[in-house]
Design a binder for this molecule. Sequence first.
Ligand code: AMP
Ligand code: MG
Length: 285
Amino acid sequence: MQSLNQELSDYLPDSVVSHLNAFAGIQPIEVPEHTRRLLELSQHYSDLTGGAFDVTVGPVVRLWRSARANRLSIPSEQTIKECLALVDYRRVEIKGRSAFLTKRGMRVDFGAIGKGYAVDRAWEECRALGITSFMFDLGGNIRVSGEAKPGMPWSIGIRDPFETESNLGKIEIPDGWAVATSGQYERFVEIEGRRYGHIIDPRTGFPASGLAGVTVLAPDATTTDALSTGLFILGPAESIPVIRKAQVEAVFIPDKQPTELWVTPGIQPRLTLFRDAKVRILPGW
Ligand code: AMP
Ligand code: MG
């Protein structure tokens, strides 16, 4: 996991991703296999979500990150527009062993998929070693194997996005499956009385809003990481075709009171609520 982070993190100036970004618009660079695979997987999830998930959103993420650090005002419309012009996953060229961001200023940010990818690689290594019952949790990106105890499947708590010290309930996870949650309640900035999160809608350049959290269940952690972010941006209605196509399960928690959980039908038999909250099938399903 550490070596993957050294390769994929855009926070580390010496990472492969940082080199890739530095050569944007200049020339292709040779990248190691994990970076290449992750770029290809990212394009797949971008296609699947109609571009809501897009790892080239880096310039806009950076813009809002600095607004958050300075706690001043939100970025100007002009600056947002300039950064948005650099966002387009179709402008990432992968050829043989090399990758190229075709426009100067483009930046890849694997923040929404890298942890899930790392969990999958670690999960596979454990399985290959013959370990059968275990669970990985990398910053909320979870994948399980086997059972928690003989006869008892793994189950994962769903954090209450409005009261983050406690859980709303728990979900049973099938053997081998993964679960991840995207929400704005952990990393956001309050500017002029409004909360701005860290998940950016590439269609507007603004942080996505409307939901408190989205939890996705899928057979692997790369999918749950990428899609929890993608569905958070798309919102419940636009997510339905994506959920059907990808054959995943999801829980949406709208950003309103009283607390409601909007779930896909496959979630219902796996869900145990700890407290009073309304559970309903995703409207429009
Ligand atoms: P997650 O916590 O998995 O939902 O990922 C959030 C992180 O993904 C952010 O902190 C950004 O680094 C990055 N990100 C933000 N918006 C997007 C987007 N639309 N597509 C892909 N990655 C994004
Ligand atoms: Mg994610």
